[in-house]
Design a protein around this ligand. Structure first.
Ligand code: XCC
Ligand code: SF4
Length: 629
């Protein structure tokens, strides 16, 4: 966002954000927007994906020569190869993030089974058994803990090199599996695909851009139907399947008279324990003695979404709100695990009494307090964390406290299980609504904020435009907070929807935008698409569905986009990835993929135009299925 646009309109559509951006200025706290202005406009080579740093003959930056031909890198790589390699490495990065998170859950499940994680338990035995059966594991006569071990082993196997297809690809419609086989993109092993992506993009390996793109798709599929799906499913088994429950969003959920602890990151393993420790009678006693009215746990980003969906904690904010939450001056501790945690939060916290506490060896921050979290000693370490927050409360400077905005009511915590049960036990009522046109289609809006855009403006505009067209929206990641603040996560929000969706929402008492969890929970979305496609006897690419990430910023969002496309779900994004330096790769992304995989990317920063295109495709798909408009 240039200085000029910044002067024209506020940096965020939310009053709580705008107030805190002002306060940050007067408190001398630098924010993401300040740094964005200093970085942009940036390097055009990099923006187009035309910089290669993959070896020490370079770095190379290539551009068109006067005669229209492209220069080559020192090794001879052309624009197509360099762009495809860079893109592939981004996909590997995003897939690694989700999947290594998934692996952490497998380790916890195994530790529970072996009695090494006494503070955790299996909260959903039924789902554990159901998954084991689905994966064709020998369940007969086994105890819960034996099943847990069996499932953990099966999931570990999915990370390796011994399989031809990941376990959960059993959920993929037959037609889609055939396409994957035809193009050689059936995901085999999660670590294998990621590692092979790194290998292929080393100097002197995969020098055919299309071939690299196809392996990128395979890597992303290993994320969606592998790492992310394992993360979601195992979290459900250990912490419970999300069911809808009331909660609240925005900075107003921070309570002036309480010890406020914000959990931030992605993995629920630490934050669930912190939530439990915050209810510890000894801690509450200590908080009272310090003059506080209690201990309040609020969420940021996806760890927040994990705990909101399962335990109903309120959400303080999404990605671009994370620094601003500290600026309220009323946060005693920010407890983080990994991913999407701005390094600047250490400095922001240092401007107040806030303790910034890291817990993962994979994500240490210089200057932070580090608690090396171990599932063997989880509860006592969580007590230590809460204790640090309570102690910090005594250092709070009342003069620096300002909590903007009133909390907004939401209903959150949908899952496929919860959806089916809201429908009375089967998907049929939903399918009927799709068939008779009261619901014209589905769109999953995924995550993220990006200071390129006015904060949350695209997320909210897109959601509102879609529901007006009777398109049911599933929200995951950071967009959930935006939808919540806009009043879209309550059944009354259906007033903003078209007549068909309005009727469905009031009949089922559900919001027009369903909180479907964190970013790894996009695995629920592809699973649902698989279920619907199977029920209709078609491929996922035949369904009237879309994915979208209007304000995407992260490699993980890119991986989600690509696994959706490779699964047959077209994906809209608000800004182009760094691939525009290659006409070939760009054309593949926005056109050619459709011919081969039945779905492609749409890049469109204007939400009115985007919805027009999305709507037209939904109409087309409905017609092809013989459904009325
Ligand atoms: Fe990160 Fe998941 Fe994006 Fe939010 S939404 S900015 S990835 S926290 Ni997934
Ligand atoms: Fe340059 Fe080739 Fe090395 Fe990349 S791999 S830095 S293009 S020489």
């Amino acid at each position: 966002m240039s200085q000029k646009t910044a002067a024209e309109k506020p940096l965020s559509i939310w009053e709580d954000a705008v107030k805190m951006i002002e306060k940050a200025k007067s408190d001398g706290v630098e924010t993401v927007w300040d740094r964005f202005d200093k970085q942009h406009p940036g390097c055009t080579f990099c923006e187009k994906g035309l910089t290669c740093k993959n070896c020490n003959m370079g770095p190379c930056r290539i551009s068109p020569k006067k005669n229209g031909k492209m220069k080559l890198g020192v090794c001879g790589a052309d624009a197509d190869v360099i762009v495809a390699r860079n893109f592939g490495r981004s996909i590997a990065g995003g897939s690694a993030g989700h999947s290594d998170h998934g692996r952490d859950l497998v380790e916890v499940l195994e530790a529970i089974a072996e009695g090494r994680a006494p503070d955790y338990k299996i909260r959903d035995e039924e789902k554990l058994r159901r998954l084991c059966e689905e994966l064709d594991l020998p369940v007969a006569g086994r105890t819960t803990l034996e099943l847990a071990k069996l499932l953990a082993d099966a999931c570990f196997d999915d990370f390796g090199s011994r399989k031809n297809a990941l376990g959960f690809t059993c959920r993929v419609p037959e037609k889609r599996r055939e396409i994957w086989k035809k193009y050689g993109i059936m995901p085999r092993g999660i670590d294998r695909e990621i590692s092979e992506m790194m290998h292929r993009t080393h100097m002197g390996c995969d020098n055919d851009a299309v071939n690299t793109i196809l392996h990128s798709a395979r890597t992303a599929l290993a994320d969606g139907w592998g790492g992310s799906m394992i993360g979601t499913e195992l979290s459900d088994i250990i912490f419970g399947v999300p069911v809808p429950k009331p909660s609240q969003v925005n900075l107003g959920v921070i309570q002036e008279d309480k010890v406020n602890i914000l959990v931030h990151g992605h993995n629920p393993v630490v934050s669930e324990m912190v939530l439990a420790a915050a209810a510890d009678p000894g801690m509450l006693e200590k908080a009272k003695a310090a003059g506080a009215g209690g201990i309040n746990i609020g969420g940021l980003c996806c760890t927040g979404n994990e705990l909101l969906g399962r335990q109903g904690i309120p959400m303080a904010g999404n990605h671009l709100m994370t620094e601003l939450a500290i600026v309220t001056g009323a946060v005693e501790a920010v407890v983080v695990d990994y991913q999407c945690i701005m390094p600047s939060m250490v400095q922001a916290a240092a401007c107040y009494h806030t303790r910034f506490i890291t817990t993962s060896e994979k994500a240490r921050f210089t200057g932070a307090d580090h608690i090396p979290f171990d599932t063997a000693t989880a509860y006592s370490q969580a007590l230590d964390i809460v204790d640090m927050a309570v102690t910090a409360y005594e250092n709070r400077d009342a003069g620096k406290v300002e909590i903007p905005g009133a909390a907004v009511d939401i209903v959150a915590g949908f899952s496929n299980e919860a959806l089916v049960s809201a429908l009375g036990g089967s998907l049929d009522p939903l399918l009927d609504a799709v068939k008779n046109g009261s619901i014209r289609g589905f769109a999953a809006i995924v995550g993220c904020n990006n200071p390129r855009f006015q904060h949350d403006s695209l997320n909210v505009a897109l959601a509102k435009n879609l529901i007006k067209k009777d398109i049911l929206v599933l929200a995951t990641g950071c967009v959930t907070t935006a939808a919540g603040k806009a009043g879209l996560l309550v059944p009354q929000g259906a007033k903003m929807a078209g007549p068909g969706l309005q009727a469905v929402c009031s009949g089922l008492d559900i919001p027009p935008v369903l909180h479907f969890g964190s970013c790894v929970d996009n695995s629920r979305v592809i699973q649902l698409c698989g279920m619907i496609a199977n029920a209709l006897g078609v491929d996922i690419s035949d369904l009237p569905v879309w994915g979208s990430s209007p304000e995407w910023y992260s490699e993980k969002a890119l991986a989600i986009g690509l696994y959706c496309v490779a699964s047959g779900i077209p994906v809209h994004i608000g800004s182009a990835p760094q691939i525009t330096g290659s006409k070939l790769v760009t054309t593949w992304a926005v056109e050619t993929l459709e011919d081969h995989l039945g779905a492609k990317f749409l890049v469109e920063p204007d939400m009115d135009k985007a919805v027009e295109i999305m709507d037209a495709r939904i109409a087309q798909k409905r017609a092809a299925l013989g459904l009325p408009e």
